[in-house]
Write a protein that binds this ligand. Structure first.
Ligand code: GTP
Ligand code: MG
Length: 445
């Protein structure tokens, strides 16, 4: 347990109904009681004033709650003071509790304490951040599920299995003359690998739900890229004109399609240009392609494909691509079979075919696989990387075992696998990593 008591404003700064100053630590109640005129009793809401004891000045009328350890967010004594939310009353209330012995909390420090005091494991603590940051209802569902500890339970089961194999092999190494009862070690390794592979397999979709997908909308000038962006957003966001070269800079907007956050990037039509501004815009379009998870190549279906269309197609390399053949309201002339990607015919003016395009975008991103949300336990790249490392070590252990290598070879890999798994839940984690993770939180969380 920590000696010091931390405090912070836990709600966003601004004018609103209620704003909360939160304290956590051994002296939370004593400190709050010095500046609060009401009586703090465990889990009772108390009405009173925040007053400056030195000057007697009244700062705000508030409701305050004291929650005794250990049944609190941090497992420490916690006090929450509900002020009227304005920057000044909240700031004054915070200053007073700091003056009477609290220390300003670092970003994420309340959640860090919850982790260090054993209320949450690391994967659960990170889910708190994911809840705050979730961009869609589906993303939120995954994050809340993570807070429940589903991933941690799966990992604990694998760890327990590997641990028992490790204990057995270590006994065999340490006491070679003694009778250590034979047991099968291959089967548990195979099962651990299968479990890990399953988790890793779901991570791709999980990460997409959490972080979203970047889509670059590209094509030559005037084919209707900005019109398509507006259509997908269902609002007139980008300027559309009949003049080629309307869009000169990239433009980014987020849209929720079937629970997946899509970051749509409208780009300047790609052309060879001598105009400086235009050529800078084109350079950005190239960058947008590079950064995209999926490219929407827009062509004008009412015209034959041009050299410019082909040149742009040549820039797309190995990226996943969907072709949107726009202007389906006009007589169609483009020969689209020469493009090696799936084509969806659309009209960005009326929205015809756009639902099908959305459908194809989602299924392309998930590679046709369908996941139920309770199968998506991994949605954090850090967790995925650690699981992959664990899987590689278990695979290596299995290879050594099958090649009848000495037990030492196997135990080294098992130990490394256990340590990698421990990084996900936080059992074996460096302080530096903890700092990096919790510094992403906001102050007061
Ligand atoms: N008939 C028809 N016209 C369309 C359609 N979609 C877009 N247009 C028209 O095509 C012209 C160009 O549209 P934009 O959306 O500005 O095209 P863009 O690809 O963003 O063009 P740049 O920004 O110049 O690269 C405008 O006059 C649009 O009204 C469509 O489906 N059918
Ligand atoms: Mg445009």
């Amino acid at each position: 347990m920590y000696q010091d008591t931390i405090a912070a404003i836990s709600t966003p700064i601004g004018q609103a109904g209620i704003g909360i100053v939160r304290l956590s630590g051994r002296d939370a109640r004593a400190i709050a009681q010095k500046v609060f005129t009401g009586q703090l009793a465990n889990r009772r809401l108390a009405l009173g004033h925040i007053t400056d004891p030195d000057s007697g000045e009244m700062v705000d009328e508030v409701l305050a709650t004291y929650m005794a350890a250990p049944h609190t967010y941090t497992r420490e004594d916690v006090v929450e003071i509900n002020c009227h939310s304005g920057p000044v009353p909240l700031q004054r209330a915070l200053e007073l509790v700091l003056r009477y012995g609290a220390r300003m909390a670092n970003p994420g420090e309340f959640t860090l304490r919850a982790f260090l005091n054993g209320r949450l494991d690391l994967a659960q603590a990170e889910s708190v951040l994911d809840i705050v940051r979730s961009r869609t209802a589906a993303g939120l569902r995954l994050a809340v599920q993570g807070l429940g500890g589903g991933l941690s339970q799966r990992i604990k089961a694998v760890r327990a299995e590997l641990m028992s194999v490790l204990a057995y092999l270590t006994a065999r190494i340490d006491f070679p003359e003694d009778e250590v009862e034979e047991r099968d070690v291959l089967q548990p390794l195979i099962e651990a690998r299968r479990d890990l592979a399953e988790l890793i397999d779901s991570a791709y979709a999980g990460i997409i739900y959490r972080q979203g997908v970047r889509i670059a909308i590209v094509g030559r000038p005037n084919v209707g890229k900005s019109s398509l962006l507006n259509c997908l957003l269902r609002q007139s966001r980008a300027i559309v004109t009949p003049i080629p070269g309307t869009t000169r800079d990239t433009l980014e907007e987020v849209v929720n399609l079937k629970g997946v956050p899509f970051v749509l990037v409208d780009t300047a039509g790609i052309i060879k240009s001598h105009d400086l501004v235009e050529s800078l815009g084109v350079e950005r379009s190239r960058q947008a392609i590079e950064q995209a998870d999926l490219v929407l190549l827009v062509v004008d279906g009412s015209q034959r494909l041009t050299a410019a269309d082909r040149e742009i197609a040549g820039l797309l390399g190995e990226k996943p691509v969907l072709v949107a053949a726009n202007k389906s309201d006009l007589p169609q002339k483009a020969a689209l079979d020469e493009l090696p990607w799936p084509v969806v015919s659309i009209c960005a003016l009326t929205g015809d075919g756009v639902a099908e395009l959305e459908e194809r975008m989602v299924s392309t991103v998930f590679g046709g696989k369908v996941f139920t949300s309770d199968a998506l336990l991994v949605s954090n790249p850090r967790h995925k990387e650690a699981l992959e490392r664990a899987e590689r070590h278990v695979a290596q252990a299995q290879t050594s075992l099958e090649a009848h290598m000495p037990d030492d070879f196997i135990t080294i890999d098992l130990t490394a696998a256990l340590s990698a798994l421990g990084e996900v839940t936080g059992e074996t984690v460096q302080d530096e990593l903890l700092e990096t993770i919790f510094s992403q939180f906001c102050i007061g969380k």
